[in-house]
Design a protein around this ligand. Structure first.
Ligand code: PLP
Length: 404
């Protein structure tokens, strides 16, 4: 039964990207005035913006090397190439992720091996071990999808035992950690996104981090450094470049100075942003947790999350009632992404929408966990009062859908 008055629509744009700080806009204008937008220069080193960001980003995470490129998708592709994935090689990936992840594996000419997820939206460790053994795959491209972090000690242990190179997709976990250690430092390589709707907004951009000198040198050369790799501040020793410079193609995936200027101004804000995001997330989660037929993923103590979105599964609604629920929320300004839809829409995707992959089977629990999974983006502009309004709208629309 629907009680209380029908809530008014939410007056906040849930899709709003993080604001660009004043200092970044000033720096961008300086660069535009100079015209020095490319990261490399032949005669003098003018590319200091990207190089400085790489140094600062590596220090932020506590890794030796950071390499800025044009997207996180590119960092994942470069990670596979630079860590020895050859055409036809098998790459493990969790079944719940965004389209650029299977895209990066396809880009490298490799073969996808989908691993199941749990109801808590992280990779299923039992299935990971079983698929690793059955396929002999030597690479895992692990997405901390929508900010949910698996037991990384267990993941690392399985990878070590099976001789698997771990690449972490941290597009949703900049600033997040497991047992106090930042994501992006467990695997051989960590990949980060500066796309507008992630934790740093530069429009497009990606950052690859690693401690491995050969991987770093190869990634720099692949990214399109020409023979100007000496202009990278956070770079491996010259011997590493000597080994690879003549046998590594240039894929032209560089980061521009403008992107670096935008990112440099936002990196110091991550902690503050994380607090704001988590504050909103925890408020909304608390409100949702009381509702009958709503399940939030469990979050282990060790998980230091940074949630710029919230996920919850709804049970007890048929297809028509569920569609009515989503529509009702949308008309009240609460846009819910539905990863379980038969047809992918907007940013959502799941394995049946990657039909270019031969013989692909959606793992059973991935399909089940996504079937009624709702996902709401949390903009930094959300105030506590909006969180309450959002919860009230979800509750009201859910109650209405249950009467159908
Ligand atoms: C956005 C996203 C990516 C890709 O990032 P781009 O910078 O847009 O290439 C990869 N993985 C996940 C989980 C993402 O959400």
């Amino acid at each position: 039964m629907v009680s209380r008055d029908e809530p008014a629509p939410l007056e906040v744009d849930l899709g709003a990207p993080p604001a660009i700080p004043e200092v970044a806009r000033t720096r961008v204008m300086e660069l535009l005035t100079d015209g020095c937008l490319h990261r490399y220069a032949e005669a003098r080193n003018i590319g200091e913006e990207v190089s400085a960001l790489e140094r600062e980003f590596a220090a932020f995470l506590g890794r030796k090397y950071a390499i800025g490129v044009n997207s996180c998708g590119s960092t994942m592709f470069l990670s596979l190439m630079a860590s020895g994935v050859v055409p036809g090689a098998k790459v493990l990936m969790n079944g719940f992720t965004l389209a650029p992840v299977p895209g990066a594996i396809a880009h490298a000419g490799a073969v996808h091996v989908l691993v199941d997820i749990t109801d808590d939206l992280v990779i299923d460790l039992g299935d990971l071990d079983a698929k690793a053994r059955a396929t002999g795959a030597k690479h895992l491209l692990l997405s901390h999808m929508r900010g949910h972090i698996a037991d990384m000690d267990a993941v690392v242990d399985i990878c070590r035992r099976r001789g698997i190179t771990l690449v972490e997709d941290c597009a949703h976990t900049l600033g997040a950690s497991w047992a106090g250690r930042p994501t992006g430092t467990f695997g051989a390589i960590g990949c980060f996104s500066f796309q507008s709707y992630k934790h740093i907004n530069t429009g497009e951009g990606g950052m690859l981090v690693t401690d491995d000198a050969d991987i770093a040198a190869r990634a720099i050369l692949y990214s399109g450094s020409y023979m100007l790799y000496g202009q990278h501040e956070a770079r491996p020793p010259t011997e590493a470049f000597e080994r690879w410079k003549l046998i590594t193609p240039n894929f032209s995936l560089r980061m521009s100075s403008l992107v670096a200027a935008l990112a440099r101004a936002q990196l110091p804000l991550i902690e503050e942003r994380a607090q704001r995001w988590n504050d909103s997330h925890d408020r909304i989660a608390a409100g949702l947790s009381h509702m009958v037929g709503v399940r939030l993923p469990r979050r282990p103590q060790a998980e230091g999350y940074v949630q710029s979105s919230i996920q919850f599964a709804v049970s007890g609604l048929g297809n028509r009632a569920f569609a009515t629920f989503l529509d009702g929320c949308r008309t009240k300004g609460v846009f819910i992404k539905w990863f379980g839809a038969k047809e992918p829409a907007g940013y959502t995707s799941q394995s049946h929408s990657w039909a270019y992959i031969a013989n692909l089977h959606t793992p059973a629990n991935t399909a089940r966990a996504l079937e009624r999974l709702c996902d709401i983006r949390i903009p930094l502009s959300l105030e506590p009062v909006h969180c309450g309004q959002l919860v009230a709208i979800v509750e009201w629309e859910l109650a209405r859908a249950r009467t159908l």
